[in-house]
Ligand binder design. Structure first.
Ligand SMILES: Cc1cc2nc3c(=O)[nH]c(=O)nc-3n(C[C@H](O)[C@H](O)[C@H](O)COP(=O)(O)OP(=O)(O)OC[C@H]3O[C@@H](n4cnc5c(N)ncnc54)[C@H](O)[C@@H]3O)c2cc1C
Length: 492
């Protein structure tokens, strides 16, 4: 498949495991506010991804003077290279499909997936505002990649947004209302006013110099996650330190560190998870697939299943990373392949993996398994056991799988050749945790008090996802929370 996206940022998103901490120059940065800032704004937004650009657009259109700081040469961040899969209740697509759904059902699904550990106020802010914000950015020029809906837990509510259309639309709106964007300008420290006890600005590094930017109403941190920062991964989730990573090049955790310096609390840190399933040579989101949710199963090197494949893909990822080599082999038949070739969420990646010689095909399960280097007899037995369960009991009695994914999709036997084996792994795309916020996106300190003047949105913030991220809620929540942070700055 050819790529379906035009990246805003040419340089973003290369696969890598880099992650140096902020440069030494930052250590000399002041933290107290200067007598006079070099430049003054109402709001300074740190980071120009989905959260930052939505925040900037909304603050600017409501009349605030806005500055966006972006440390890379281009805006976009992880948002620019993401799949754009987004859960939205009440879209035209859903209405046309006659899909039964509700905000309350979405709320329940997010909380249930998050193991009840989510900050319910934050989830409420998302649920209550997501459709309005979706309509807002679609009205500004956001586009969908297809008119297909995909399933999520209790309903078909997933739409495939073109992330770059949203980023471009928000950036255009911000600029139309006078917002300034400084690229190659990295925020390093927050500026604190000892008299008013507020965050009142940002110190940044621009062309090798320290520049101070005042933010009369507040600073919105929207600097993304820290999937590239091995030191932070080692500190919070050591088992993820060496996981393959695909994310924006700026995902170093700068915003998290800046907020920690002022006593910010954190949320959801232990629950960083990698996403299954990517082929074993992944370069972008186009190298991921969902054959195990379209009718397949996943086995390990011993040819045995090890998980109920219908659970969230991040949870499947946890199990896969515990298998030898961190590999899960997706086993599926021709009907599942055909479905996988046309569903929205597969991004054409199955075809691409086939073209790259990554899929092993056989007229029998044994033949496909042998080509993949697995024990043919063991894989055959596993498939036969799974098929027998479906035939005789209607569900899988070994791991309790009752649906294809979430609560959706009837299980099918794997029985119509040719058969396929696609070796796959889990990849860290995002950190889904970070600075603790309240339902107004205000940063909360370790004593539970709001840090005045400081807001955080998107992947820099924690609390929304809880124990497990509900797939297709990261990009849309970054945008919704960016908008919400600006809205609350306006009201403050
Ligand atoms: C390959 C991939 C696929 C994904 N697919 C999906 C999907 O289909 N659906 C979904 O919901 N989610 C998906 N995600 C996750 C989702 O894209 C992100 O969680 C979300 O877009 C994060 O948005 P953000 O604005 O918070 O951060 P980002 O988009 O990463 O933006 C943060 C910005 O801040 C900048 N920055 C960082 N530090 C500083 C600093 N010190 N000073 C100035 N600027 C700074 C960064 O350079 C970056 O531009 C995917 C992620 C990846 C990587």
């Amino acid at each position: 498949m050819t790529t379906r996206r035009t990246f805003l940022q040419g340089a973003a998103g290369a696969l890598g495991l880099s992650g140096a901490l902020a440069g030494s120059a930052a250590q000399a940065m002041p933290t107290d506010r200067p007598k006079k800032f070099d430049e003054e704004y109402d709001v300074v937004v740190v980071g120009a991804g989905g959260a930052g650009l939505a925040a900037a657009a909304h603050a600017a259109e409501k009349g605030l003077r806005v500055l966006i700081l972006e440390k890379m040469a281009f805006p976009g961040g992880s948002s620019a290279i993401c799949g754009g899969g987004s859960l939205v209740v009440g879209t035209e697509l859903q209405k046309r499909a006659g899909e039964k759904d509700s905000n309350e059902l979405l709320f329940k699904d997010i909380i249930q997936t998050g193991g009840g550990l989510n900050n319910k106020d934050v989830v409420r802010t998302f649920v209550d505002n997501h459709l309005a914000v979706y309509n807002w950015f679609m009205g500004l020029g956001g586009k969908l990649q297809s008119d297909l809906l995909f399933s999520s837990v209790s309903a078909n509510r997933g739409v495939e947004i073109e992330p770059n259309s949203v980023l471009q639309a928000c950036l255009a709106q911000a600029k139309k209302f006078g917002a300034a964007l400084y690229t190659k300008t990295a925020a390093k420290r927050l500026a604190f006013d000892g008299k008013t006890k507020r965050i009142v600005g940002v110190f940044a590094e621009k062309e090798g110099k320290t520049v101070s930017f005042g933010a009369k109403k507040g600073v919105i941190l929207a600097s993304g996650g820290f999937a590239r920062n091995k030191a932070l991964l080692a500190k919070y989730v050591p088992r993820m330190t060496n996981t393959l990573t695909i994310c924006g090049k700026g995902c170093d955790g700068d915003g998290l560190k800046m907020a920690l310096a002022y006593g910010a609390d954190v949320a959801d840190m232990p629950y960083i998870k990698a996403t299954f399933a990517f082929n074993t040579d992944p370069h972008s989101i186009n190298d991921s697939h969902y054959t195990y949710w379209e009718g397949g199963i996943v086995v390990n090197r011993a040819g045995k299943r090890f998980v109920n494949e219908s659970i969230p893909k991040k949870d499947v990822g946890d199990y896969v990373l515990e298998q030898p080599g961190g590999i899960g082999y997706c086993v599926y038949d021709e009907p599942t392949r055909r479905i996988s070739l046309k569903t929205a969420r597969n991004n054409g990646s199955v075809l691409e993996s086939e073209e790259r010689g990554l899929v092993f095909k056989g007229n029998t399960v044994e033949e496909a398994a042998a080509k993949a280097g697995l024990d043919p007899k063991a894989v055959k037995e596993t498939v036969e056991r799974y098929n027998r369960d479906i035939r005789e009991k209607g569900y899988d009695t070994v791991f309790g799988r009752k649906f294809l994914s979430g609560n959706m999709g009837e299980l099918r036997e794997i029985k119509e050749g040719p058969f396929y084996v696609l070796p796959s792994t889990a990849v860290l795309l995002a950190t889904y945790c970070g600075v603790k916020i309240n339902g107004k996106m205000q940063v909360v300190d370790v004593f539970g008090d709001v840090i005045p003047g400081l807001w955080a949105s998107g992947e820099v913030a924690g609390g929304f996802h809880g124990r497990t991220y509900l797939s297709a809620t990261a990009f849309i929540s970054a945008v919704v929370f960016g908008w919400a942070a600006a809205d609350n700055v306006l009201k403050a």
